[in-house]
Design a protein. Structure first.
Length: 456
């Protein structure tokens, strides 16, 4: 039996920050970057303009692989072939949009350092911040608002939901087994993740389809406001309907002195520690982020078992290896594909100088496929022990809901291994991917499988 894998969250030694550069192109320290014009670092010098690399569409991509784009047109729904090429040939990739250039950073060391340097890579890509979504905020507001809900997402707090998660997971798997399979996304992952986050926030769920629609539309609204995504045409109206629904629910939770996460948000609103806008939008953020990322991770667990069905028996015979599967899954096909930042000064990454004000996408999923960090990274290896993976982000903006995502996915891994004799991708229904987005997450939108019940 393998030893349990641990991913401690203890404080780590401070790493070397990404290199800021002066106007002359010479490296300077972050402290020098704030020197006034009388100091040497800020002196005006003659210099050549920063030389920018060619755009993505100007590079010679391999046959069958279209140039990587900011907004997916369907050619990069499963983006890992692009990531592999970028890691070796364009670790800092420049893409054109009508609004501005966007830079994609893929190598592990560069992404990790970027995630640990919020003063260099700011999260406030849009200013003023249009929504109270934690991913859009820098200190001090980020820390203030994250603290409101952080205690609800500790492993100890999340563990109190395990029985509920296991009960619902068995219910949804029962239905799939009775049908001989189905869509792992629509029939299992979405209802499981939405029922869990609804319970955590104590959001009533009388109309599942309506709640899912509002959540998707709110995510689209966020993408349009903050990430130059296309939107749906109805997302603003739908998002405000969702906010109004959540406000009414917060009123109820406060009147009941409810102890859920939603109740905590309601109390802080009524005590004047949060504005009404902050309260309802923070509640929406927790709801949307709490189920969307987990949905994709759970669906990818189905996919890996279908591609490596021998792992069903291994987990069944050695339940302690469930954690190994979980962490390698988060590395191999994690949910968070891109993290948006804007540079606060000229900064050098992998030999490329990004000008001040550059819009950047740090790419954790690509970094997790960097062979420099994880040899043979394109293979799922349950024995890898991928300490340091970025499947749940890193730094001050690491995934708040990681313990909840781990719980729901771990329960799913255990149930599939215990209850299934075989799991396969449905050959008549290819995987459909989330597409057309310029957002954080990417993965299966529909993943149809066939399954056989175990006699064990």
């Amino acid at each position: 039996m393998s030893e349990p894998l641990t991913c401690p969250v203890a404080a780590e030694p401070v790493e070397e920050a990404p290199r800021l550069v002066s106007e002359s192109g010479c490296p300077i320290s972050p402290s020098d970057a704030t020197a006034d014009s009388d100091g040497e670092a800020g002196a005006v010098v003659e210099h050549d303009p920063i030389k920018l690399p060619p755009y993505s569409h100007e590079l010679e991509w391999p046959e069958g692989l279209e140039p990587f784009k900011v907004v997916d047109d369907g050619s990069q729904g499963d983006p890992y072939a692009h990531y592999q090429w970028m890691l070796e040939n364009a670790p800092v990739l420049r893409c054109h949009t009508p609004q501005s250039d966007v830079w994609f950073i893929t190598r592990y060391d560069d992404v990790r350092k970027g995630l640990r340097a919020p003063k260099v890579f700011s999260s406030q890509v849009v200013d003023p911040v249009p929504l109270t979504f934690l991913t859009l905020l820098d200190a001090p507001n980020h820390g203030r608002l994250r603290q409101v809900v952080a205690q609800a997402f500790t492993p100890k707090a999340v563990a109190t939901f395990e029985d509920r998660v296991r009960e619902n997971a068995n219910k949804y798997l029962d239905r799939m087994l009775a049908a001989g399979g189905g869509d792992a996304v629509d029939h299992y992952a979405i209802p499981l993740s939405m029922s869990t986050i609804s319970a955590l926030l104590d959001v009533p769920n009388p109309d599942f389809d309506k709640l899912k629609f509002w959540s998707d539309e709110t995510f689209s609204y966020f993408g349009r406001l903050a990430r130059n995504a296309n939107g749906t045409g109805t997302d603003e109206q739908s998002a405000f309907e969702f906010f109004d629904f959540l406000k009414e629910n917060l009123e109820r939770l406060h009147a009941e002195e409810n102890q859920s996460v939603g109740g905590q948000i309601a109390r802080m609103w009524k005590d004047g520690l949060l504005s009404e806008k902050e309260a309802k939008e923070l509640c929406a953020f927790v709801f949307v982020a709490g189920h969307d990322t987990t949905t994709i991770l759970i669906a990818n667990a189905f996919r890996v078992f279908a591609e490596k069905p021998e792992l069903l028996a291994r987990i069944r015979e050695t339940p302690g290896d469930t954690e190994l599967f979980m962490e390698e899954l988060a590395r191999y096909r994690g949910t968070v594909q891109r993290v948006s930042r804007i540079t606060t000064g000229d900064v050098e990454v992998a030999g490329v100088v990004l000008p001040k004000g550059s819009v950047v996408r740090l790419m954790p999923a690509a970094a997790n496929w960097d062979n420099r960090k994880y040899p043979n990274a394109a293979e799922f290896d349950i024995d890898r022990r991928p300490e340091g993976h970025l499947g749940f982000g890193h730094g001050v903006h690491s995934c708040l809901g990681a313990p909840l995502a781990r719980l729901e996915t771990t329960v799913t891994i255990e149930l599939l291994a215990h209850r299934l004799a075989n799991l396969a991708l449905d050959p008549t229904k290819p995987i459909e991917y989330v597409r057309g987005n310029n957002l954080t997450n990417s993965g299966p939108e529909h993943l149809f499988v066939t399954m056989e019940k175990s006699d064990a």
